[in-house]
Design a protein around this ligand. Structure first.
Ligand code: PRP
Length: 214
């Protein structure tokens, strides 16, 4: 591949980025520099394929893609749903599997059953709002937190939380449980709509190769 223009990828920092790079390596696309954990570099280039990669905070990935600063992004479907940006979701990468759930102490089960006006703490206020208002038709107060959301019910901030459950060990260690499941989650590839038009054949080639590898 020797196209002129670079295709730029925004990858959600952390485990998803490493898993994405592993998948790319299976296609023969490698980026050695990016694997060096000590590097302070922000943008990495693969000259052979004319690709650029950069790491961003998960919730910022759909923003970069919507504005075309990245042609393609990889982020969790939790982030894609929460940010609700104007991007095309083209591929479920099949890793980073977990669940979005309503969690809390056993006692909160009753409050959910009776559609009580409860407080819901979450890093995902839009997903929480959509679930309670549009799917369950339950009026709740949503409180946005930025992490360690399990603290909510433990310190009396909220009755329940809406959060990601992977192994369930954070809940278990804090005496909380899954009360309702909202949806399954996994890593997704998203594409800028203009890039999809302009670079359709290159993007399709990459998506098809990834589809066959995963
Ligand atoms: C996530 C999530 C839960 C935990 C779930 O938190 O918000 O707290 O992982 O994983 P588990 O079911 O395997 O225990 P993260 O580590 O991203 O940190 P945060 O709480 O600061 O968001």
């Amino acid at each position: 591949m020797h196209e002129e223009r670079y295709l730029t990828f925004a990858l959600a920092k952390g485990r998803l980025a490493y898993q994405t790079l592993e998948l790319f390596e299976k296609l023969g696309i490698s980026c050695e520099e990016m694997k060096d954990k000590k590097t302070r570099k922000l943008i990495f280039v693969n000259e052979e394929w004319k690709l650029k990669f950069f790491l961003a905070k998960g919730p910022d990935v759909p923003t970069y893609v919507e504005y075309g600063a990245a042609d393609i992004g990889v982020a969790g479907s939790d982030t894609v749903l929460e940010e609700n940006r104007n991007v095309y979701e083209v591929l479920d990468l099949g890793f980073g599997k977990c669940r979005m759930c309503v969690c809390g102490p056993q006692e909160s089960r009753e409050l959910l059953l009776h559609h009580e006006r409860i407080r819901v703490a979450s890093k995902y206020p839009n997903i929480a709002k959509d679930y309670f208002y549009n799917k369950k038709h339950q009026t709740v107060d949503i409180i946005k937190l930025n992490g360690s959301v399990e603290l909510g019910p433990l310190v009396g901030l909220s009755e329940v939380i809406v959060d990601i459950v992977e192994t369930g060990s954070t809940l278990k260690e804090n005496g909380l449980e899954v009360l309702e499941e909202i949806c399954q989650l996994s890593a997704r590839m998203i594409v800028n709509p203009v890039s999809m038009q302009m670079e359709r054949s290159r993007i399709r080639e990459i998506v098809m190769k990834l589809q066959n590898e995963r």
